[in-house]
Design a protein around this ligand. Sequence first.
Ligand SMILES: Cc1cc2nc3c(=O)[nH]c(=O)nc-3n(C[C@H](O)[C@H](O)[C@H](O)COP(=O)(O)OP(=O)(O)OC[C@H]3O[C@@H](n4cnc5c(N)ncnc54)[C@H](O)[C@@H]3O)c2cc1C
Length: 441
Amino acid sequence: MNKHRAVVIGAGIAGLSAAHFLSGEGIDVLVLEKEYGIGGRCKTFVSSGYCMDTGAQFIRDSYDRTLKSVVSLGYGEHLRFAPNKCSFVRNGKFTYFKPRSQNPFRSFPWGAIGLRETPSAIALLSLFLREYRRFDIRFPDRWNLEEAGKLEAFSHLIYGSGLEFLDAISRFALGSGADALSYGACLASLRMAFADHYGSFSKGTGMLVQAFSKGLKIMRGIEAVEVVMDGKKAIGVRARPSSRGRARTYHADIVVCAVPSMVTNAICPKLGIDARRLLRRVKYSSAIVSHIGVAGVIGAKGPVIFSRGEGFNASWLCTHRSKSDEIAPYGHTLITVVFSNPDNGLFSLPDEKIIEISMKDASRALPGARIEPVFTKVFRHERARPIFSPGYSLLLREFLQKGSGVKNLFLVGDYCSSPTIEGAFESGHFAAKQVISAVGS
Ligand SMILES: Cc1cc2nc3c(=O)[nH]c(=O)nc-3n(C[C@H](O)[C@H](O)[C@H](O)COP(=O)(O)OP(=O)(O)OC[C@H]3O[C@@H](n4cnc5c(N)ncnc54)[C@H](O)[C@@H]3O)c2cc1C
């Protein structure tokens, strides 16, 4: 396989995952990243001893593929599952890690759904538990055609139980209202809400990026401007330095595009019709992540979820105690407030105003705690997460079966039904498998 060369565009989790698995197969891989830092929406910014996750905050114990790879790459010791007390990994092995809660009642966000919705939660929970093993709800788009009935059956199961309840769940898990989500994304949000445990890394989720970038050839500060085609075949990527300078072509016989959909649309000139249709359907919601450093140790062990209608602007918050003691300096607390409601109109406000609003919400959510900031920092994502509209997952299934429409061009990242780290990672892995079977045949 040594003669094959792949160029991967984008060093987020999806691109790094594809590059990692491809180079594991002996393919010569080059990753092009337009920023000087890698990780995309999964980065940790370190300042004054605080490790601040700028985008993705948590991994979950259902992220099977991510976790297995992290452990095999030797980063197991850095995994932390704070709410479960005993759960971290020693000597590269899952010694103390308990996969998935045996008691989802305990990890369910009761606070988010409120008293009124509790009866439907209980009804759904028992149905869900009965059906849980039958459905691989992380990636329903991967169900094969004989299992087509599954999607309908499960969607009936969940939509039948009332939108208000689902709305709380999906806001909690994915930051979008249920009415904007596909079945697939709803299923993923249920899985997260009911049965998963939260985890992080000793120095933040950016450690994931460190793990997956190990040994890879990555050119930073290089922006791809076009996938170069020769007839129906991709033959390379034209890219230029992000600062300034001339563009050049990086030749390859495999191209993996791991960037948000509007970038893919702009730089891939000859996609198939299914891929184009899919890309046009992906819409993004914005998000703001605000960090407040406080002297003294305060805060709940798990994340605190804010339900709608309670007058909060933010969607949820967590402290370093929900993640890992090591992300805040000794004797300090890092409070992270996340605004992921797409229609809250806060995005244009200046940082000081965001901090003021974060402090107000945090004071209500952590009653009795003295919140006097010694440090603040705000991160914004104009395109935080795809909002999967209804019908999207069906389109996605077609797309995954047919591909990009160009035999040696693979699209990964936001085109999977789980807009999460595991979804990004899994899509990179999936593409690598397709590449291997294509070049092997
Ligand atoms: C605020 C927030 C909170 C989140 N919380 C969670 C969470 O708790 N758990 C979870 O699992 N997921 C979470 N997510 C989702 C998760 O972060 C994403 O699904 C995942 O990181 C996406 O990875 P990706 O590789 O597909 O895309 P990205 O991370 O966006 O990577 C794309 C990369 O491509 C680069 N790029 C773009 N254009 C070009 C170009 N022309 N040339 C070269 N490079 C280019 C970008 O700079 C970027 O580095 C969250 C996301 C946000 C924003």
